[in-house]
Write a protein that binds this ligand. Structure first.
Ligand code: HDD
Length: 726
């Protein structure tokens, strides 16, 4: 039985203000009779009321009518984007080092644990779609601060596809399943998406990220998070500083490989949701460092790009990320629908000390998020749903509407009033009243894109050039895969034209994979995303500045914050009957000492007998599991070696682990399995140097376990991929 730290009343629960607030609505069935919604005890919940045992049902049956009616109306519209998501509760603790820049109390007060609810999501798929689609991941955080709710509604990629909210419906229509046949589900690999992308060069930077392994994370616990837009911090003196928000995972940023992602989708479509839920339940609380990039107001025009352009990032080499607090997720929701489904985020939910900029994508979002809740949650009272209500006191003159919960007492619901001493009264700035940043505006009313937004390629090149050869190959292969699913050849060619603006080798290699050549001159005009009367020349994509030095922070492999931790990693132990207890225990203990876990995979799901006759519990059977859901594989010595040798599931398990560059350990005596696999099929055993990441426990178990855990800490044996591709 798993240790469940997440039940109400455990852990930091007592300090958790939001949990205390939710307690008002929690319903516990234990020890109670079943009743109707009206509280009448039900005597028979299994049969309708009938005229005779075999006769017609009676309309009078209020118990049946209520039950069926409620069931008939259980579904609400899913989110138009980010429908598939998983959530968790936790807290934020500030380091207290940003008082100079922001007056936001929750970022300054180190004595307060601010409760949070976080929802991770994919973007394109429907609610029931696979977790493992190639897609951007949403990373939305609701901070229940003492000054009201602050929502950071970000992604695991620091830039966005488009520059103006006006294009959002087009982008989403293009990526969602096509309207005539509603195909494909949770995938961007289809004509309409790439048609749109190929006509909108501003998307190229994010396309590079979306084609990289960032779009297939190993775990929601191993992703970076970004607020994307430039926001403002405002301090107590009213001084503004531009700010970009970052979240860096303690476990490092890791991904799976594409072939693995495809197989996980079949093996366990809930892979990410399960991983998050199980780890929180076991007490492996995911943690991120919350950081900021700060740019003084006077440096607004110092960069080769516009800070208001959401398709650009600020390289960390130019402006480092300053850690300002930590975010920990330590409690699973009690009820998925009530919490994860009904939570409503909004980038416009800010608190004093945090304000907006004129980023045109952000400005449009400020409208969209409340608007969408009106159809999704059905009422302007969605803020009263327990998961959405602030822990800060809430009083105003908003009234009525569908499903109003609050009972506002008194004669007045307007301001000013004299009948209730003008309550609720306005708060002065010194009393915590929100005052918008005092920004001077002087401009013509225009429907235009700023020319400073027109460098669509420099940062796309920066991203590609900052990757290791292995990561570059993954991007090339992703583009080959995606474009191979596009049926219209003209779209493929147009994409090659755009890719050649990012990096010539990239375009050439993608073209080779598609059996095409890169067009000599890209089609003109390349930017279709401009107004009918717009000056095409002005909006033609152009490189501004001298370009960028490669940035290690953009590569998951070179990232300076990368860690070798193996905490929470899962290693599959393939055990036949008569498995050696000694060698099984040795590696299991070594893994557990470093926070990883061993999972026993056996011929049947019940248990397996060791060489000492002991029964050990099996976690999975050979036929119901696959190496794609594990980080490494170990084959301890088994008396019944022959049964493993003849088991196709076992051989495929090892082959997949080898293909996906995972560490594989063979106990002494088990190496004859290697000949059956694709490692070296039917050949004499090569030297271990020719099988990178394949270990054989020959001499010392200590040396073997050390080497195994070290290699697991490297996440993948990328060297093998190069070797396999040669
Ligand atoms: Fe959005 C949901 C992130 C641009 C309109 N968005 C949504 C969610 C995330 C993001 C993480 C899911 C929140 C949850 O878990 O409930 N969206 C982004 C980011 C963007 C972005 C990082 C660009 C930087 N979004 C964006 C634009 C628009 C929207 C430009 C509209 C003009 N987004 C929505 C929405 C959603 C939404 C339709 C669907 C469900 C919801 O809001 O509550 O309003």
């Amino acid at each position: 039985m798993k240790k469940d730290n997440t039940k109400p009343g455990k852990n930091s629960e007592k300090k958790d203000l939001k949990s205390q607030d939710l307690e008002r609505n929690r319903e516990y069935n234990e020890g109670h009779y079943i009743t109707t919604d009206q509280g009448v005890r039900i005597n028979n919940d299994h049969n309708t009321l009938k005229a005779g045992e075999r006769g017609p049902s009676l309309l009078e049956d209020f118990i049946m009518r209520e039950k069926i009616t409620h069931f008939d109306h259980e579904r609400i519209p899913e989110r138009i984007v980010h429908a598939r998501g998983s959530g968790a509760h936790g807290y934020f603790e500030a380091y207290g080092n940003v008082g100079e820049y922001t007056k936001a109390a929750f970022l300054n007060d180190t004595s307060v644990q601010t409760p949070v609810f976080v929802r991770f999501s994919t973007v394109a798929g429907f609610r029931g779609s696979t977790d493992m689609a190639r897609d951007v991941r949403g990373f939305a955080i609701k901070f229940y601060t003492q000054e009201g709710n602050f929502d950071m509604v970000g992604n695991n990629i620091p830039v966005f596809f488009i520059q103006d909210a006006m294009k959002f419906p087009d982008l989403i229509h293009a990526v969602k399943p096509e309207p005539h046949n509603e195909i494909p589900q949770a995938a961007s690999a289809h004509d309409t998406f790439w048609d749109f992308i190929s006509l909108m060069p501003e998307t190229m930077h994010m396309v590079m990220w979306a084609m990289s392994d960032r779009a297939i994370p190993r775990s929601l616990r191993m992703m970076e998070g970004f607020g994307i837009h430039t926001f403002r911090f405002v301090n107590a003196q009213g001084k503004s500083t531009f700010v970009k928000f970052h979240l860096k995972p303690k476990l490092g940023t890791h991904a799976v490989v594409w072939d693995e992602a495809l197989k996980i989708s079949g093996n366990d479509p809930d892979f990410h949701r399960r991983d998050l839920y199980d780890n929180i339940a076991m007490g492996n609380f995911p943690e991120w460092e919350f950081g900021v990039q700060l740019v003084p107001q006077e440096d607004e025009h110092k960069f080769d790009f516009d800070l208001l352009d959401p398709t650009k990032l600020i390289p960390e080499e130019l402006v480092p990320v300053t850690p300002i607090g930590k975010l920990v997720l330590n409690r699973n929701p009690d009820n998925f629908f009530a919490e994860t489904e009904q939570v409503a985020f909004h980038p416009g939910h800010v608190v004093p000390g945090i304000d907006f900029t004129n980023d045109p994508l952000l400005q449009g979002r400020l409208f969209s998020y409340t608007d969408t809740q009106l159809s999704r949650l059905g009422s302007p009272n969605f803020h009263e749903i327990p998961i959405n209500r602030p822990v800060a006191p809430m009083h105003n003159n908003q009234r009525d509407g569908h499903m109003r919960q609050e009972i506002n007492v008194g004669q007045t619901h307007y301001s000013p009033n004299s009948l209730n001493d003008n309550y609720p009264v306005q708060a002065k700035e010194s009393e915590g009243g929100f005052v918008s940043y005092y920004e001077r505006m002087e401009a013509y009313k225009v429907r235009e894109r700023s020319e400073s937004f027109s460098d669509h390629f420099s940062q796309a090149s920066l991203f590609f050039n900052s990757q290791t050869p292995v990561e570059q190959n993954h991007i090339i292969n992703a583009l080959r895969f995606e474009l191979s699913k596009v049926e219209t050849v003209a779209i493929r060619k147009r994409m090659l034209g755009l890719l050649s603006q990012v990096n010539k080798t990239l375009a050439k290699k993608v073209a080779e994979g598609l059996g095409l050549t890169v067009p000599g001159t890209p089609e003109k005009p390349m930017n279709k995303g401009v107004g009918a009367d717009a000056d095409q020349k002005k909006h033609e994509p152009k490189r501004i500045g001298k370009g960028y030095e490669p940035s290690d922070a953009l590569s998951m492999i070179k990232n300076p914050t990368v860690t070798q931790t193996i905490e929470t990693r899962q290693v599959a132990f393939l055990c036949g009957d008569g498995v050696s207890e000694k060698s099984l225990t040795a590696l299991k203990k070594a893994l557990e000492a470093k926070g990883a876990a061993a999972k026993i995979i056996a011929p049947t799901p019940g248990s397996v007998k060791t060489d000492t006759g002991k029964e050990i519990k099996a976690d999975f059977a050979f036929f119901s599991s696959s190496s794609v859901v594990f980080d490494a594989v170990y084959i301890p010595d088994s008396k019944n070696n022959a049964a493993l040798l003849q088991n196709n599931n076992v051989i495929e398990f090892i082959n997949n682990a080898y293909r996906h560059c995972k560490v594989i350990g063979f106990d002494n005596g088990m190496e004859n399995l290697i000949e059956k696999t694709t490692i070296v099929p039917g050949q004499e055993l090569p030297k271990s140097t020719e099988m990178p990441g394949v270990l054989i426990n020959k001499d010392s178990i200590k040396a073997f376990t050390d080497q195994f855990t070290d290699l697991l800490g490297q996440h993948r044996i990328w060297e093998r991929e190069t070797y396999l591709n040669e």
